[in-house]
Every structure is written in structure tokens, then in C-alpha cells.
Design a protein around this ligand. Structure first.
Ligand SMILES: Nc1ncnc2c1ncn2[C@@H]1O[C@H](COP(=O)(O)OP(=O)(O)O)[C@@H](O)[C@H]1O
Ligand SMILES: O=C(CO)[C@@H](O)[C@H](O)COP(=O)(O)O
Length: 477
């Protein structure tokens, strides 16, 4: 490989299923080395943060000598997870993850006690689903009071890993506005921690990390790690905010990310505040906003259907009348935390391949219903959907998105856009530039384009009717 043109930076994506690390040439965006290591997630949807740290170390080690030449690093992480640290800087229990719905009763109570959905949306930017950290903290205080009492610091996954890199313990952690905006205790209206919400859930603001500004460093790498000592550590951010950075997104460009979670988002200049709760009003990693809708059941749920049917994930067949609502983990969009998966419309003629296609349709339908709500009204409907995440590599996913959206689709050639976004953040810090502009110079969003096809209104109508008619069943606890 040719010598890099610029300094090297490391971008890390610590997501639900694995950690990925990229060493990137800051001048060109060329990926010079990569590594990946898996995580274990329990059936209860919690995970040991120590294991994320081991996975990060392993993924960086796999990058070989290039990682030792890096001048800056940044970590993007799965959003919302509650990492509660004790006085010894260690987690007091496994982290409760974004896709764990056990805090749904606490969520219902919090919404009611603090003024209802519209008040939450206006203040925090979002009506919190059971994914948000505030609902998890309320669950912890109620169900594991000893663990809550032993907690000396509360962190999000990317804050925790950033702290492990810099050596900041319970007294000195940092976060960024993007990931903080998914906590439920960061008010987007004032861009600060909301002391009334914190008091309501009994969380001392001193336990929270400092929100570092865009372009500010979180610290430098401490000694004794598999990374060069003393290099800059950028603020890091949530994985979706990093995806937006990695694409160098500008307003009007819709993104559909197909991973453990399905997400649909865009960047906007207006602050989102959706009282219906469909759209989470996140901040982006800069000074803008990232309205986003998220489903809990995406690639893993559809892969599960393929396994149950004994089929390869691409073995879909067209036709038939089957409808699958693949809510295996409960669901967030639509807001059905107690739901389970539902299959309807089977006939003798239904094939396994048609049933698998129906599972793809069910997963994509829930995301596309939120597409218009994340875009500004002025957004051009001919703008292609940018398809990213592990699922974007699959033909069945891509064709399902085309058929159910009726919009053109582009699949960026660059893989690992979240890790690339983290790398762009590290490069931006190092070079004193806007990270999204760095990613645009890297041309990360370029890739094959697929024309719009006629929207499959019949499939959408079947899904819509089934969702409506099964409402009572999907709400049953
Ligand atoms: N070639 C492929 N075709 C379709 N799906 C794929 C392919 N490769 C990986 N995936 C899907 O990608 C998912 C992982 O996506 P990823 O975005 O890495 O997840 P996360 O960031 O949530 O950990 C897996 O669940 C798998 O179903
Ligand atoms: O909860 C959300 C967004 O609000 C999820 O998107 C998580 O951020 C997890 O992401 P992946 O592991 O699927 O990338």
C-alpha cells in the first residue's frame, strides 16, 4: 500500500454486536487498516462494559502497526445504554442497553409525572421511549436500589470507553451533545442537563459527565494502552450521530441504517420536538440536529425468521398475502414495548420465501412510516435514501427498501460509516476542521445508485391494516 498522504487517525464504532476499528488517512479518507471483535449481549439485553473495552483493544490490535502511527482517536458508541460506575471506576452491574424494554412502566410514569408527551418533546426534544437512559436509571433505583446507591458516575457507552482511553475516572468523565441528547436528562431547549428531571429521578448532576463542545478534545490517551500514548482523544458521540458525520450529511438527505437497530434520520437546522414520540429529537455531533426514528427489530429479527424457516437470508420469494410484524424484542417504533412477533395472512400456498420477504417488509415498513417525519417539509422526494449498516450489504434489504419506499436508493461504497464518522471527528479535531466537511472531502457517500421503482401500495396497506387490527394483541403484557 502507498504511504498515506496525511496523519493517521483511528475511528471506533462500539455498537450492539461488535466493536469495529478503522485506521484512516486523514488527508484522503483511505482506510489503511481495520479490526473487529464481537460482544456478548445477554438475553435480557445487557452487556458487560469491560467486554466492550476488551473488544476495542482487540479491534485496535488487529489494525497492526498502523494504529501505532495514529495521531488522534475517537469513539462512537451504541446510544442510551446505562453504565453505572462505582467508586472503584468499575460498573456496579452490566449496562442496560437501548433495546431493553424492561423500563417501560417507569417510562410511562415519568411521562405522566412530568407534564405529558408534549411537555417532554418541547423540553427534551423527545418523548422518551424505554430505550432512553433516564427510564433505565428510574428502573435501577426502583428494582436494584443497592446498585443505584453504589453508583458514583453515570456514563453512556461511548463516554465509558472514552474515559478508559483518557484515564478519566468517576470524577472526570466527558460526553458530547449528540449522545447526551439521547439520555432524557439533557434538555435540547436549553442545551444543558435538566436539573428538574434529574431531581425527579434522584440522580445527582455531579454524577454526570461534562459535555465537551464540538472541536474540543476529551483528553489524551493515557499510558499502558495498545494505542500511542498522548495522542488526542476527540469527544466521540452516539453511533447514529457518527453515521451522519461519516456521510458528511447535509439537510434533505435521508439515511436508513439497517443494523441491530433500524434507524431513519436526517440532519436539520430546526430543533425537532415531536409530541407523538415517533421522532427522537437528537442533537447531532456539531451544532445542528438529528431527528431520528429507531426500531428495535431489524437485521437480527429478520435473520431469526430466516433461521426459523431454515432459509438463507437472501432466499426471499415475491407474492402472497402473508404479513409479519417482526417485533421479537417488543418495539419502539411503533411504540409497543410489550409486543411480540406476529404472523398473519398465511394460506396453503404461502411459501417459506414469501414469509421471509414478509419479515423484511415488516422491518422496513416501520422505518419508512417515519421517513417523512424526519425530513424538513422542503426536502426533495427525489433525493436518494442513503442505505447504510450491515443490512445495506444485502440485496433483499435493498430491494425491499426500493419497493416499499418508491424512492431512489444509494448504497455508499464505504463500509463502516459509523467508524468512519468517528475517524472524521478525530481528523477534524487534529486538523481544526468541521468533521462533516472532512467526510465530504473523503467522498464517503459515493456508491451505486438504484432508480426509484413503483411503490408496493398493496403490501403497505396489508401491513397498515394488520398493525391497526392487532393493536390489542400487540399491547398485551
Ligand atoms: N451481506 C449481508 N447481507 C445482509 N445482511 C448482512 C450482511 N452482512 C451483515 N448483515 C447484517 O448486519 C447486521 C450487523 O449490522 P451492523 O450495522 O454491523 O450492526 P450493529 O452496528 O448494530 O452492531 C447483522 O445482524 C446481519 O444481519
Ligand atoms: O437506540 C438507538 C438509537 O436511538 C440505536 O440505534 C442504538 O444507537 C444502537 O445502534 P446499533 O447497535 O444498531 O448501531
Amino acid at each position: 500500500m502507498a504511504a498515506p498522504d496525511g496523519p493517521l487517525v483511528i475511528g471506533v464504532d462500539s455498537s450492539t454486536q461488535s466493536t469495529k476499528a478503522l485506521v484512516v488517512d486523514a488527508a484522503t479518507g483511505t482506510v489503511v487498516a481495520r479490526g473487529q471483535a464481537p460482544h456478548v449481549v445477554t438475553a435480557e439485553h445487557d452487556s458487560d462494559p469491560e467486554q466492550w473495552w476488551e473488544a476495542l483493544s482487540e479491534a485496535v490490535a488487529q489494525c497492526g502497526p498502523a494504529a501505532q502511527r495514529a495521531a488522534a482517536v475517537s469513539v462512537a458508541g451504541q446510544q442510551h445504554g446505562l453504565v453505572a460506575l462505582g467508586a472503584d471506576d468499575r460498573p456496579v452491574r452490566n449496562a442496560l442497553l437501548w433495546n431493553d424494554t424492561r423500563s417501560a412502566p417507569q417510562r410511562d410514569r415519568l411521562i405522566e409525572e412530568l407534564g405529558g408527551p408534549a411537555a417532554w418533546a418541547e423540553r427534551v426534544g423527545s418523548v422518551p421511549p424505554a430505550s432512553f437512559t433516564v427510564t433505565k436509571w428510574a428502573w435501577l433505583t426502583e428494582n436494584e436500589p443497592k446498585a443505584a446507591a453504589a453508583t458514583r458516575a453515570v456514563r453512556l457507552p461511548h463516554d465509558y470507553l472514552t474515559g478508559r482511553l483518557t484515564g478519566q475516572g468517576v470524577d472526570g468523565g466527558t460526553t458530547d451533545r449528540g449522545d447526551a441528547s439521547g439520555s432524557g436528562w439533557w434538555a435540547s431547549a436549553t442545551e444543558s442537563y435538566d436539573e428538574q428531571i434529574l431531581a425527579h429521578v434522584g440522580l445527582d448532576p455531579k454524577l454526570l459527565p461534562r459535555v465537551v463542545g464540538a472541536g474540543e478534545a476529551a483528553g489524551t490517551v493515557r499510558s499502558g494502552l495498545p494505542l500511542p500514548e498522548g495522542i488526542l482523544v476527540a469527544a466521540g458521540t452516539g453511533d447514529n450521530m457518527a453515521g451522519a458525520l461519516g456521510l458528511g450529511l447535509v439537510p434533505g438527505q435521508p439515511v436508513l441504517s439497517l443494523g441491530t437497530s433500524g434507524t431513519v434520520y436526517a440532519v436539520t437546522e430546526r430543533r425537532p420536538a415531536d409530541p407523538t414520540g415517533i421522532v427522537a429529537g437528537f442533537a447531532d455531533a456539531g451544532s445542528g440536529w438529528l431527528p431520528l426514528a429507531c426500531t428495535l427489530n431489524c437485521t437480527q429479527a429478520v435473520d431469526r425468521f430466516a433461521t426459523l424457516l431454515g432459509l438463507e437470508r437472501e432466499a426471499t420469494e415475491p407474492g402472497g398475502t402473508a404479513v409479519v410484524l417482526p417485533f421479537l424484542d417488543g418495539e419502539r417504533t411503533p411504540d409497543l414495548p410489550y409486543a411480540s412477533g406476529l404472523v398473519h395472512g398465511l394460506r396453503h400456498a404461502t411459501t417459506g420465501g414469501q414469509l421471509l420477504q414478509a419479515a423484511y417488509d415488516g422491518a422496513v415498513f416501520a422505518l419508512l412510516r417515519a421517513l417523512d417525519s424526519v425530513l424538513d417539509e422542503s426536502a426533495d422526494p427525489a433525493e436518494p435514501i442513503l442505505l447504510i449498516g450491515g443490512g445495506a450489504r444485502g440485496t433483499a434489504w435493498r430491494e425491499t427498501v426500493r419497493r416499499l419506499s418508491g424512492r431512489p436508493v444509494r448504497v455508499p461504497r464505504a463500509e463502516e460509516l459509523v467508524a468512519l464518522g468517528a475517524a472524521a471527528q478525530a481528523a477534524g479535531l487534529l486538523l481544526g476542521r468541521d468533521p462533516a466537511a472532512v467526510a465530504r472531502d473523503w467522498d464517503t457517500a459515493a456508491g451505486p445508485a438504484y432508480e426509484a421503482v413503483e411503490r408496493d401500495e398493496a403490501a403497505l396497506a396489508r401491513l397498515d391494516a394488520t398493525l391497526r387490527d392487532a393493536d390489542a394483541l400487540l399491547r398485551r403484557r
